[in-house]
Write a protein that binds this ligand. Structure first.
Ligand code: TYM
Length: 335
């Protein structure tokens, strides 16, 4: 952490809901891993975000450990980066409140993710679900974050974060750094296996819609075999054939091959063969990751040490920012 001050800050979070899946990996985590050497990185596990919908407490706690172990199994180095749990750093919720007072209801009403989630459960929509993007803005703005590697679905939330930061700065001076999203060209929006016009989601009630990072070989094979395609026989990236196009994207993410190379390799060979090779490639990619995961997950004590450390670092870094914000707003400093 010695040269931390020289590096620009990168922050990105995942909410511990559902099962971490390939969309989360290729849309976000893979880029965290690639960029971790060049940036001063913070990776909060955003548990406060997860309770915007009802969670079973025992499952939530276990899932938090699962996700953190997966971060490390994917290649995040907890010694080089600040890995922590959002609820361990109260400044996130404190800044969220302040930013709430600078956010317009109309802005939150326009958020696609809120509209989509609210349409799924029209009753008992919590104020937290509505306010969720403001807490996300607080996560980011608290640490002078420059870069936020996320999937395509988070771009609108990033836009709101930038607007809030600019609005606050226009009134109080240069308090916040204006962050930028980083969305990969390939894998920024992986689609559902059964409904390829919908994005793949880790909280989907039907697990056949996603490939979880912890799915075993048989499950991967079965899910890919069942994935919706069309009546054609040549695997290609063609937007008018969203099912097969999505599978080509997944193969390209896993092997690094271009769409063109994949198209050439599978021309006229039929979807069955393509799906078999895709399942083999996904399994070969997941297997070593799962092995690392099992070793890390088996040692909760070591994970707790890492989290204690991460939270201390994050709290130390958040404090001066929050103090400055209180100061510019005119609050009496803590005595
Ligand atoms: P979440 O938990 O829904 O998703 C975690 C990350 O995975 C990306 N992602 C996808 N990428 C490609 N294809 C998909 N089908 C796909 N589904 C999800 C998401 O874009 C995200 O990068 N609001 C955030 C969590 C958050 C956050 C933050 C992110 C809270 N605070 C601060 C960045 C910075 C969310 O719900 O992500």
């Amino acid at each position: 952490m010695g040269d931390r001050k020289q590096k620009p800050v990168l922050l990105s979070g995942i909410q511990p809901s559902g099962n971490l899946m390939v969309g989360n990996y290729f849309g976000a985590i893979k880029n965290w891993v690639t960029l971790q050497g060049q940036y001063d990185c913070l990776f909060p596990l955003v548990d406060l975000h997860a309770i915007t919908v009802r969670q079973n407490p025992a499952e939530l706690r276990a899932r938090c450990y699962d996700f953190l172990a997966l971060y490390i199994a994917c290649g995040i180095d907890p010694d080089q980066n600040t890995v922590f749990v959002q609820s361990h750093v109260p400044a996130h919720a404190q800044l969220a409140w302040i930013l709430n007072c600078f956010t317009y209801m109309g802005e939150l009403n326009r958020m696609h993710q809120f509209k989509e989630k609210a349409s799924r459960s029209e009753q008992n929509i919590s104020a937290g679900l509505f306010d969720y993007p403001v807490l996300m803005a607080a996560d980011i703005l608290l640490y002078d974050t420059k870069l936020v590697p996320v999937g395509d679905d988070q771009k609108q939330h990033l836009e709101l974060t930038r607007d809030l930061a600019s609005r606050f700065n226009a009134r109080y001076g240069d308090v916040f750094t204006i962050p930028e999203p980083f969305v990969p060209d390939v894998g920024g929006r992986i689609m559902s296996l059964q409904e390829p016009l919908k994005k793949m989601s880790k909280s989907d009630t039907d697990p056949n819609n996603y490939i979880a990072l912890l799915d075993d070989a048989d499950t991967v094979r079965r899910k890919i075999k069942r994935a919706v395609t069309d009546s054609g026989c040549s695997a290609a990236y063609d937007e008018s054939r969203p099912g097969i196009a999505n599978l080509v994207v997944i193969l390209s993410c896993v092997t690094g091959e271009s769409y063109g190379a994949i198209e050439e390799r599978f021309a006229g060979k039929g979807y069955r063969r393509f799906k078999q090779e895709l399942a083999d490639a996904v399994t070969a990619f997941l297997k070593p990751l799962q092995k690392r995961y099992r070793a890390i997950r088996g040692d909760e004590k070591a994970m707790e040490t890492m989290l204690r450390h991460g939270a201390e670092q994050a709290r130390d870094r958040a404090r001066p920012m929050l103090e400055n914000i209180h100061n510019v707003l005119g609050f009496i400093p803590e005595i």
